[in-house]
Design a protein around this ligand. Sequence first.
Ligand SMILES: Cc1ncc(COP(=O)(O)O)c(C=O)c1O
Length: 382
Amino acid sequence: MIRSKLPNVGTTIFTTMSQLAVQTGALNLSQGFPDFNGPQALLDAVGRHVAAGHNQYAPMTGLPALRQQVAAKVARLYGVQVDADHEVTITPGATEAIFCAIQAVIQAGDEVIVFDPCYDSYEPAVELAGGRCVHVQLSDGDFRIDWQAFSDALSPRTRMVILNSPHNPSGALITREDLDQLAQLIAERDIYLVSDEVYEHLIYDGVRHASVLAHEQLAARAFVISSFGKTYHVTGWKTGYVIAPPALSAELRKVHQYVNFCGVTPLQCALADFMAEHPEHVEQLPGFYQAKRDLFCDLLQGSRFTFTRTPGTYFQLVDYSQIRTDLNDVDMALWLTREHGVASIPVSVFYQRPIPEQRLLRLCFAKREETLRHAAEKLCAI
Ligand SMILES: Cc1ncc(COP(=O)(O)O)c(C=O)c1O
């Protein structure tokens, strides 16, 4: 008998729903990835670097040119100066960055506060480090942080808080006032932050991202994480980065060098070139995805699903209580895939304690116009 270190982990709903979509030929709006390609100049650059022989190990901390581009971007967008050598680390995906940050500072018996609904990779990483997640529920409806509930969850064992804004699955945004509240509540405590900002450029309606990087007090104790996969429509490249003060970066790098050592060289070269040549890409991204959100939401207005337009990410939550009240969200997602040809993700899987009356599905709109029109047609026919 194997004594599992992660007894509660099974096949994730993302794998299950994507497999079911393939089996049934359903449109896959479940897992969060685009059905279109990244920018041609970026794809071409990879081929160029492979042909030029940039195929051996990259530096452990990441290609200097890419780290410099990351530093230049955060200076431009958030007005923050970070040291590309000592504060920026390139990782194989945001997932590895999250894992390494947690392993770097969490000790046996430590508590980590996470907010439900919660992205699924945090808790297993905390458990492997010997820690324990304390789940605080975001408010029902608008998915804001309840600072009283957060304050009640703090204990002498709390060692980390994991923030995620824009938030998967709800799209909700953390505001500057939220960050001030957090800074005040943890000011006298020895607590680190992981700020998962992989959707930092996917914010709509003219709202600006409140990055933890731009909050001096919080940035001093934070690992701020992002993903080139999300930003450049290349999720399969699994390339991300983490920005943290030098002492925290040094600890994170100790773990990262034995988990992966480094990210894929020609991908890093291509990203560095593309970021240098096309700084406008990140500035155009909100408009690009807002058009998709608005198209999809306009079309869904003809359905019996109810929703509020998502303020961020490429996920739209929809409430199905006017369609079927007899099904919980997992059964609804299965029914929708099998009977109506659209795969989604049930929101209850993001909760430690699901809200029984909640009837929400998450749909990914990082799709071509034709996919969105086709999916909306099917959803409007129900
Ligand atoms: C909130 C959140 N964090 C992290 C990740 C992982 O990013 P990456 O693919 O770069 O590992 C995702 C991907 O879906 C995500 O939604």
